[in-house]
Design a protein around this ligand. Structure first.
Ligand SMILES: Cc1ncc(COP(=O)(O)O)c(C=O)c1O
Length: 397
């Protein structure tokens, strides 16, 4: 909120596609808790699942059958996942996947894309998107030189740079969001991710696809299904926990059996696979059938098309994939972090403030995605488009 010149808005409650703040204002919410709430706020089925689980106890430190059900649901959606390990956050899952990649290859360097965000693990907090990009922070103090030196940063959509980085440093892994959404939504150009898959496979480098945002959202099987590229390791979160803390990483049996106690790569977490989070995640995923994805894609497209129309010939690019979009205040299509960074933050700030004043809550940063949910209906879209008309006028006044 500081980046758009507003005080933070304190929330009292959420229901469906709406949030209410402590001052009694109602907003159409396009942030959806930054992604998890694909069914909307306080969905009755999810609330009921959490209540029922809580009545049986909140944590056991031992396995439950529901964890197996959730793992089977995930494995059914991702062809590349035979086994998975749950964690409580996407950060932990990324960190653990990188540790496994280093153990499996015996190498140490990691290749990451500029503008990508994989959580706040030390080694990846350089040229990261999301909050760091919003605050204009190139890297975080507290990260040692040794940690930073293990990370090579390459531009998104630049296959040549990926090839050169692999040749130069023989890395353990390349980590990518298959559909980057932490510098705003910047999809891969045709053939780019396929080329990264080839380059990594040829060099014995583990390809980690971070589907914390895209997984369970852009398609039933995430970015991998949408783009037809398979990861060696997949990182998941957000929708997986249905609004409670759950995340996971997974891949082939051969790789995942290296994780302790089956193997020698240590990783653990007191609340991993927490029964409440598992109940919320399972209740959410079970409602996400083929029809749900068609509906979410249609909602996204109606919003994106409406925004494009209303923006008219102003320098605005609405970049979208099913379930995600970003309104870039840019005259050029955005294909990488450099392009995203060149977009006009002051105009975006005026646009956001105008929307908030009219009861519409967009992400208060151009370096984040809008997260449509299945609770957003025609009325929510109509209110948003009406506010956006004023918003574009005020942004360019
Ligand atoms: C792509 C991606 N990976 C990882 C993370 C980290 O997840 P968490 O915030 O649960 O630690 C995020 C968070 O926004 C993310 O967008």
């Amino acid at each position: 909120m500081r980046s758009i010149g507003r005080e933070p808005i304190f929330i009292e409650r959420g229901e469906g596609a709406h949030l209410w703040d402590v001052d009694g204002n109602r907003y159409v919410d396009w942030v959806s808790s930054w992604g998890p709430l694909i069914l909307g706020h306080a969905h009755p089925v999810v609330v009921q699942a959490i209540q029922s689980a809580a009545e049986l106890g909140t944590s056991y430190g031992a396995p439950t059958e529901a964890e197996i059900d959730l793992a089977e649901e995930v494995a059914d959606r991702f062809a590349s996942i035979e086994m998975l390990r749950m964690t409580s956050s996407g950060t932990e899952a990324s960190m653990s996947a990188l540790r496994l990649a280093r153990a499996a290859t015996g190498r140490s360097a990691i290749v990451k894309f500029a503008g990508a965000y994989h959580g706040h693990l030390d080694g990846l907090l350089a040229e990261a998107g999301s909050g760091l990009a919003t605050a204009g922070v190139p890297a975080s103090p507290g990260v040692t030189e040794a940690q930073a030196s293990e990370t090579l940063i390459v531009p998104w959509n630049d296959a040549e740079a990926v090839g050169e980085a692999i040749a130069a440093r023989n890395p353990a892994a390349v980590i990518a969001e298959p559909i980057p959404a932490n510098m705003g939504v910047v999809p891969a150009e045709p053939g780019f991710l396929e080329r990264v898959r080839e380059l990594t496979a040829d060099a014995g480098v583990i390809l980690i696809l971070d589907e914390v945002i895209s997984g369970f959202r852009v398609a039933r099987g995430g970015g991998q299904e949408l783009l037809g590229v398979e990861a060696d390791l997949t990182v998941m979160g957000k929708v997986l926990g249905g609004g409670l803390p759950a995340a996971a990483y997974g891949g082939s049996r051969g790789l995942m059996e290296r994780i302790a106690p089956a193997g020698d790569v240590y990783q653990a977490g007191t609340l991993s696979g927490n029964p409440l989070a598992v109940a919320a995640g399972l209740a959410t995923l079970r409602r996400l059938d083929a029809a749900a994805y068609i509906r979410l894609a249609a909602t996204t497209e109606r919003l994106a098309e409406g925004l494009r129309e209303i923006a008219g010939d102003r320098p605005v690019r609405v970049q979208s994939v099913p379930g995600l979009l970003t309104v870039f205040f840019s005259s050029e299509p955005v294909t990488d972090f450099q392009g995203a960074s060149a977009a006009n933050p002051a105009a975006y700030g005026r646009f956001c403030r105008a929307l908030l004043d009219r009861g519409v809550y967009p992400p208060a940063s151009q370096f984040e995605a809008w997260f449509p949910s299945l609770a957003h209906d025609d009325e929510a879209i109509a209110q948003t488009l009406e506010a956006a008309g004023e918003g574009f006028r005020e942004a360019f006044a």
